[in-house]
Design a protein around this ligand. Structure first.
Ligand SMILES: *Cc1c(COP(=O)(O)O)cnc(C)c1O
Length: 350
């Protein structure tokens, strides 16, 4: 499907943004001459070290092509075919990966649970485990996957994360984090990368920066190195070992070392805050969730959504009915203001 008449810098998805300058320059530098293939190159070593450095721990890092691959392979590596992974009902893991976690694990069940504002909560997880998993007629619970920031534009607080991971420890469950927007969550929380991951009980992280300025690629990060045992085979078997891996890995180093990953995320969050401020006063417009990261989720009458589309905006409606407006590392104030202006004019129409 070709989307016509879409604005150059729209709000349909932060994945629609391009490559940020720091990452682009790193690609150019990595392109000077030959380097060993399959990750045995210095660029990939440096990128692994940069990730270990920001998390302040000796984690095990594997670069893959997509967030779907990172999630699917992480879940598959932790769950046997008869085990259960729990996620939120809006999670990419369940809705956006075409059964990848189930496929790569050879049959694990993914159980989506409701929870306010895109977040799972400890009581809901406990209830699901205790009511469903009495004996071997139901898959054995093994893993909880948390999306940080969530698909609803909210962020788990450190307290919420700790409460869930304590429960997981009590129930013998491992914790996976889908960090496709981890940087947006970090700048919202104002905490260290370690605080919202391994110090909060996260065992494995799908770390993404594609939405935050990278050209492509995610990293599977095992904070518990023992859990990574054998992962390199799964990585290769699934076709995720890039032959010219330096072009996946080198931009990571540039983004992390320069601080651009946090600058970009702070910028995207600030644009979303500007959009929120512009929309809040408008009659008949309300947010479906508090705005905490780089997305604004708005309850829209279908007629208003249609009118916005007529003015060239791509308006994506999420499961649950809210329209999603995502800001990116390269969103400009004038883009935000143009959208607010159109909202204001359309809301005022009889
Ligand atoms: C974008 C996204 C992903 C990864 O998507 P890919 O398109 O497969 O790279 C994973 N989880 C969340 C929450 C996302 O927003």
């Amino acid at each position: 499907m070709v989307i016509r008449n879409s604005r150059i810098r729209g709000f349909a998805s932060d994945t629609n943004a391009g490559i940020c300058p720091e990452a682009w320059e790193a690609l150019d530098r990595a392109n000077r001459g030959h380097a060993p293939a399959y990750g045995f190159d210095s660029h990939t070593q440096e990128a692994r070290a940069a990730i270990q450095d920001i998390f302040g721990t000796d984690c095990q890092v594997y670069f893959v092509f997509t967030g779907s691959a990172a999630n699917s392979l992480a879940v598959a590596h932790l769950c046997r075919s008869y085990e259960l992974a729990i996620c939120h009902e809006t999670a990419h893991l369940d809705l956006g990966e075409c059964g990848g976690p189930e496929f790569f694990s050879g049959g694990s069940k993914v159980l989506p649970l409701p929870g306010e504002h895109g977040r799972l909560d400890a009581a809901g997880i406990r209830n699901a485990v205790e009511t469903r998993t009495r004996d071997f007629q139901y898959p054995a619970p093994r893993l909880v996957s948390l999306t940080q920031a969530t698909e609803a534009g909210t962020v788990y607080s450190l307290e919420q994360l700790r409460e869930i991971s304590h429960l997981c420890r009590e129930l013998g469950l491992r914790v996976h984090m889908d960090g496709a927007r981890l940087a947006n969550a970090l700048v919202h929380l104002g905490c260290e990368p370690a605080d919202t991951t391994w110090r909060a009980g996260v065992d494995v992280l799908s770390f993404g920066c594609t939405k935050n300025g990278l050209p492509q690629g995610e990293a599977v990060v095992f904070f518990d190195r023992e859990l990574a045992s054998g992962f390199e085979y799964r990585w290769k078997q699934s076709g995720q070992v890039a032959s010219k891996m330096r072009f996946l890995s080198a931009p990571w180093t540039a983004l992390l070392k320069s601080g651009a990953w946090l600058r970009n995320a702070r910028h995207a969050n600030a644009c979303a805050a500007r959009l929120e401020q512009g929309l809040r006063p408008l009659e008949g417009i309300s947010l479906s969730c508090p705005r905490e990261a780089n997305g604004v989720f708005v309850r829209l009458r279908p007629a208003l959504a249609a009118a916005l589309r007529q003015r060239g905006w791509t308006v994506g409606v999420m499961p649950g009915g809210a329209a999603r407006f995502m800001c990116s590392w390269d969103t400009r104030d004038e883009d935000v203001d143009a959208l607010i202006r159109d909202f204001r004019e359309l809301v005022a129409e009889p």
